[in-house]
Every structure is written in C-alpha cells, then in structure tokens.
Design a protein around this ligand. Structure first.
Ligand code: EPZ
Length: 417
C-alpha cells in the first residue's frame, strides 16, 4: 500500500529511457506455451503484471527466470491447465493463456476475468472465436472451460476490433488445422508483436497490423527469441507530464511511429515535438491550449492515454471535451482530479474539462494503472503537496516511475507503507 508524495509545481527537464511494453510482453509470454520449449524474451520491464504472468506460467508447470530484463520461459513441462481465480482477478491479461492451452493441449480452465474499476470487460469475443475454431466452451462455476481435439481454421469476424480477442485467436489459430481469417482485427502494435514472435517460432501469419489477419496453422512451433517493443503508453505519459509542466524532455528508446495520435494531440495543446530514431523531444509551451479528444481503436487516440491528457487539460486555456468511445465509463480519475481543484463535468461518455489557472495539492486515491498516472501528472501541476494512495496500481504498469520523474527534476517520493 505504498503511496507517492509529490510537491508541485515543477518543470520536467532532461532525458529518460522508456521500458519494454507491458501490453506486448504479457501476451508474448503466454504465447511461449505454444512452443513447448524455452523461449527468450528481452526488454521485459520490472512490473507487477509481468511477475504475475510469470507466476501464472509457473502454476501451469512452466519455469521462468528473469535477469536484467531477459526472461527465459521454459514451457516443456506444462502439466496443469487451470488459471486460478486468485491470479486472474489481479490481472485480466491472464486470459491470454486460454488460446495457447487449448491449441497445444486441447484443454484449458481459466477463471473468468472480472470487471475492473470502470466497468464490465467481457471476453465473449474470445470465446466466440474459439468456438468458431471448433473448441467446446462452457462457463462452469466462474471458470471458462474449453476443450478441443484439434482446432480447425475458420473465418472469424470480430464485432469489435478487440486487442485481447485478436491476440488470443491468432495464438490459437497458429496451431489449428487449416487457415483462419480474422476480420475487423485489432491493429495495435502489440498485436504485431505477438505475430512476429510466433513467426520466429515458425508460425505462418499475414496481415498483422491490418484489419484482416490470416493464419495458416502449423503442426508445431519452435521456441522463439524476441525483444519487446518500447512502451508507447509510458512514453506518452512522460510526454504528457512534460507538456503539463511546461518542460523540455527527450524520451529515449521509444517508437514515435506508434504514437502519432498522441503526439498530434500534444501539438494541438501547444507542445513542440521533435522525433528522431527512437527519440521524441517534447517541449511544453507557456500556455496549454484546450483540445477536443476522441478515443478509439488504433491508430486512433488510445484510451490508455485519456486520463493523462485529461490531467494536462485541467490547466489549459479554455474548455476541452474528451469523448471516451472504447470504455464509456472510464472516468474513475475524474473525482480525484476534482480534489485537486479541477473543473470537470461528465455527460455519459463525454467529459468537459474547463481549464483552471492553478490546482492545489490534496490526498488522492489511485484506482487503476492509467488513472493513477494521471494523478501523478495532476500532482506535478498542483501547488503544494499531493499524496497519491494505492500506487500498487501504478507499479502494475510503470517501472519505477518515481525514479524516472526524479531524474527529470520532479519532487516525488515513494512512502513505503
Ligand atoms: C487491451 O485490453 C489493453 N490491455 C488495455 O490496456 C487497453 O485499454 C485495451 O486493450 C484497449 O486498447 C492489455 O493489453 C493487457 P479490448 P483488452 O479487448 O484486450 C470490448 C492498460 O492500462 N470487448 O481491445 O482487454 C471491451 O469491453 C490496459 O494497460 C468485448 O465487448 O481490450 C472494450 O470496450 C487497460 N468483448 C473493447 O471491446 C470481448 O470479448 C476493447 O477491448 C473483448 C472486448
């Protein structure tokens, strides 16, 4: 139950390197189940969620070692096919073991991932897709119970370009008999990551990153070695914090080409953005301009940056609207930002943020990964002391963020409870 104490205001300056992408590392770790050997994954960030996925793979009978961001994942002795409630309830991404277990072992029992702070997060598209591939799926005492002799290729049209469903079905289809075509697939860089890792293991996949992904099933996959992409959401969070504090920061080891929508919005807010090979230099302006934002599926503006942008716009000149189209109820950060003196009104999935000249420090409560990073940005913009409680949410998705911000001149300390 650690907390952060932030003394604002500040101006972030300097350079910082981003970590590997949580949302790429988690599914690639699960994909190792398909190989039945030892996979190597590099650029693994030191995050709670990465540790949870490693724990889950060990519960299934795998063995995982992590040394300085290099994970060796041995899935040759998997002998258990149940992902228990106690682990799944702490991390929805545990559902990523479902597709690989059914595809390789013909059976899986995975606890239904519950909702989260901002509402229900169903997995019906994962299940429908697996059934289209020939799996028998039933819900039993809160668990997804899936079995199959061998999955068979099929045409799957997703009603929503779900990242999780696209990834789970690509993994399942890679060992199916025949060809699978996934229409309206998610196009996120993390989807491409999983496909690339599997292709290193001999999978036959085409179209990853587009709305139509074709997978020609193979009989077996070899262990792969893969280096995870940098975390575009961490890079975006640091860029937003820089603009929020009128700072000048170079984000290193990132992929600007994964962040067009975020960088566009920061420029609209008045920032100067200079991109280079693996770098983004962000310079905040004297005055933050108000902006209207619509979240959507990649390459549109990511919902995982919505809260951080809202914090930034709390001190903009004028009113901004933020329309949340991916998770219409994703506003648990609003009452907490209002504790810092922000002026925000909600009407359904639209928030109107009226900029204020100043914010005041206060105790606030983290509720999920991205909401909590928004509260840190709020604390850096607020006068006086802000105490962010329950930062374990942040540790799930950001690797020692307080140390990175300290290096940029922020007055932020972790209070170990
Ligand atoms: C991934 O979640 C990310 N998580 C989320 O990031 C991110 O917010 C989300 O994609 C959207 O970009 C990971 O990668 C581990 P979806 P996922 O399936 O896969 C609906 C973070 O902070 N849907 O693309 O769970 C769903 O309710 C996290 O790092 C169904 O209706 O998201 C949502 O409205 C938070 N049925 C939409 O689709 C399904 O079976 C997109 O969800 C699946 C999804």
């Amino acid at each position: 139950m650690d907390s952060f104490v932030i003394r604002g205001t500040c101006r972030l300056e300097g350079a910082v390197r981003v970590s590997g992408a949580k949302n790429a590392v988690l599914p690639v770790m699960a994909a190792s189940i398909l190989t039945g050997g030892t996979c190597i994954l590099e650029n693994v960030p030191d995050l709670r969620d990465a540790k949870t996925m490693m724990q889950l793979l060990e519960v299934l009978g795998g063995s995982v070692s992590l040394d300085e961001g290099r994970a060796a994942i041995d899935t040759s002795r998997i002998d258990t096919f149940e992902a228990p409630y106690d682990l799944v309830r702490t991390m929805r991404a545990s559902v990523y073991v479902l597709g690989p277990l059914v595809a390789r072992y013909g059976k899986a029992r995975v606890s239904m991932p519950g909702g989260c702070a901002w509402g229900p997060r169903p997995v019906d598209l994962h299940l429908k897709g697996l059934m289209a591939l020939g799996a028998k799926v039933r819900i039993d005492h809160g668990y997804i119970d899936a079995t199959a002799d061998r999955l068979r290729g099929a045409e799957i049209i997703l009603s929503i370009p779900s990242v999780g469903a696209t990834i789970n079905l690509i993994m399942a289809a890679s060992l199916a008999e025949g060809t699978t075509v996934i229409e309206n697939a998610a196009r996120e860089p993390e989807v491409i990551e999983v496909a690339e890792a599997l292709k290193r293991g001999g999978a036959s996949i085409e179209g990853e990153g587009s709305s139509t992904v074709t997978v020609i099933g193979v009989n077996e996959l070899n262990p792969f070695t893969h280096r995870a992409i940098p975390d575009r959401i961490e890079a975006g969070t640091i860029a937003a914090a820089t603009v929020a504090t009128g700072g000048d920061v170079t984000v290193e080891g990132c992929r600007p080409d994964h962040m067009h929508a975020v960088l566009d919005v920061l420029e609209q807010a008045g920032a100067e953005i200079e991109t280079g090979e693996g770098t983004i230099r962000v310079k905040g302006a004297e005055e933050i301009r108000s902006v209207n934002i619509e979240t959507g599926f990649y390459p549109s503006f990511p919902t995982d940056m919505q809260a951080q942008m809202m914090a930034l716009l709390c001190k903009a000149a004028g009113a901004s609207t933020i329309s949340e189209h991916v998770y219409p109820d994703r506003f648990t950060h609003v009452p907490e930002l209002k504790r810092l003196g922000a002026s925000i009104t909600l009407d359904g999935n639209v928030a109107v943020v009226t900029g204020r000249d100043r914010l005041e420090g206060a105790p606030v409560m983290a509720t999920d990964i991205r909401a909590s990073s928004a509260l840190i940005i709020g604390g850096l913009m607020a006068e006086g002391e802000t105490k962010v409680l329950r930062v374990y949410h942040i540790d799930r998705g950001y690797e020692r963020i307080e140390e990175k911000l300290q290096r940029l001149g922020a007055d932020i300390v972790r209070i170990r409870e």
